[in-house]
Design a protein. Structure first.
Length: 77
């Protein structure tokens, strides 16, 4: 039982230190998160714009896939 109490005390201290660090640097964490999300969003927009020329190819492949699925599941009457 003594080992469990020591482990829980150490866990409390560790959680307290991590929480203190997070709240001390919450502004930096918030700004880094905003930077990361903005970067991902802009990269995604760039990727979509550069892939628009493939749209007819995607549409054709999707149509072929749907017709293949329909033919596979069609029951003969």
């Amino acid at each position: 039982m003594m080992l469990y109490e020591i482990a829980m005390t150490l866990a409390f201290i560790t959680i307290f230190i991590v929480t203190h660090y997070v709240f001390k640097n919450i502004k930096d964490i918030f700004f880094w998160t905003c930077k990361l999300l903005t970067t991902v969003y802009l990269w995604l927009l760039l990727w979509i714009v550069t892939q628009l020329h493939r749209l007819p190819e995607w549409q054709s492949a999707f149509t072929d896939s749907v017709w293949t699925l329909v033919n596979m599941t069609k029951s003969e009457l």
